[in-house]
Design a protein around this ligand. Structure first.
Ligand SMILES: [Zn+2]
Length: 377
């Protein structure tokens, strides 16, 4: 499979944040609903293919499915269904050369699990546990609010997950308490949480989000935060990573990594936080494939401040194997282009460029999550 012209594209990837794919053939409306963060194509007669991401699908995924670059959306989807989703997924996932997938299992409507994903891609899967889902599931199972904190701690102590994730940005926002909330306050907030019509719970309490985040760090689990760009459930004005500043200042001494996911359009703010707090790391997953051919700018702006040992790769792909493929291709290409520019200007050596790429694409994640050696080592 031809991906793009780059001599360093054989470097293996660690995708430190992604979700499962939907392993069935899709009608156009379903495909478009998973294409980006909108819930569906606009009823005003537009197509989500008319976007930077849509162009990238037609430009780069078409050849993987044996079509000419920039095949029409109709041709692309017809070929996709003709080949069948198993073949399509295998082709696109293999082409990413990802060896380790860290899968957030907290949001996966209709998607395959981590093991099946890794099997299709020829890599390894690791679970990341979603903190709010963990607590909500205890409530839904009838656990008394007073007992939930202890159950959560037990789960975090015995989990095989390599990290935890907070979705506070989707709920009460990122202005989390800068001290660990009292157990009594947390139990009170959990007791106030009422089930929806389907019996499921939805935690929306800064005290509970804060307590979960503090607890995960105290239990030694690297902690991911959703930051910035996301679906229409997120209030972007409360998703700026700078809102986490006090929390980060007060948790630095715990010494456990905090990973700021996505960050767009606040990636420069995230780069600043990664520079000044020793336990903070960042990525620009999700933004890379959504900005398509323009993603090089996002990568360049992130690299202005972030130390090279603090930047990671993630796809944040969900649903479509195309998103895994495009995230990997565009991130590798954008990073290479920025670094090649530095090398040709005499601002870095080729050896520097190769070393920085290896850190960002693979080694940083391996170190942060203690993943062990590369699959090929
Ligand atoms: Zn995600």
């Amino acid at each position: 499979v031809t991906t793009f012209d780059d001599t360093r594209d054989e470097l293996t990837l660690v995708d430190h944040h992604c979700h499962g794919i939907v392993l069935r053939d899709l009608e156009r409306v379903e495909f478009e609903s998973m294409l980006n963060e909108a819930s569906r194509p606009s009823p005003l007669g537009t197509s989500l293919f008319d976007s930077m991401l849509g162009l990238a699908v037609r430009r780069w995924c078409s050849p993987v499915l044996d079509l000419q670059p920039l095949a029409s959306a109709e041709e692309y989807l017809a070929r996709r269904n003709e080949l069948g989703i198993d073949d399509v997924s295998r082709r696109l996932l293999h082409a990413t050369n990802t060896v380790d997938f860290l899968v957030d299992t907290g949001f996966a409507p209709g998607a395959i699990g981590p093991e099946r994903l890794a099997e299709l891609a020829g890599g390894r899967a690791h679970e990341v546990i979603r903190l709010e889902s963990l607590a909500q599931d205890f409530l839904a199972a009838g656990t008394r609010a007073d007992d939930v904190p202890e159950r959560v701690v037990e789960s975090l102590q015995t989990t095989t997950a390599v990290g935890a994730k907070s979705v506070a940005a989707y709920r009460s926002g990122l202005a989390l308490p800068d001290t660990k909330p009292d157990a009594a306050v947390v139990v009170g907030a959990l007791a106030d949480c009422q089930p929806g019509p389907d019996g499921s719970y939805r935690i929306v309490s800064p005290a509970v989000h804060g307590w979960l985040a503090w607890t995960a760090l105290e239990e030694g689990l690297p902690l991911q935060f959703h930051v910035g760009y996301g679906d229409n459930d997120v209030d972007l004005s409360r998703g700026d990573p700078l809102l986490l500043t006090s929390f980060l200042r007060r948790t630095e001494d715990i010494g456990v990594p905090v990973l700021l996911l996505h960050n767009y359009p606040f990636h420069r703010n995230a780069g600043y936080l990664a520079q000044v707090f020793e336990h903070v790391f960042m990525d620009v997953g999700l933004a890379t494939h959504n900005t398509g051919a323009l993603s090089e700018v996002v990568i360049r702006e992130s690299l202005e401040l972030v130390p090279f040992g603090k930047m990671l790769y993630s796809s944040d792909a969900f649903g479509l194997p195309e998103l895994y493929f495009l995230a990997a291709l565009l991130f590798r290409r954008g990073l290479s282009r920025v670094l090649d520019g530095l090398v040709s200007a005499g601002e870095a050596s080729s050896a520097d460029a190769t070393r920085i790429e290896a850190l960002i694409l693979n080694q940083n994640a391996r170190r942060v999550y203690s993943l062990g050696p590369d699959i090929e080592a």
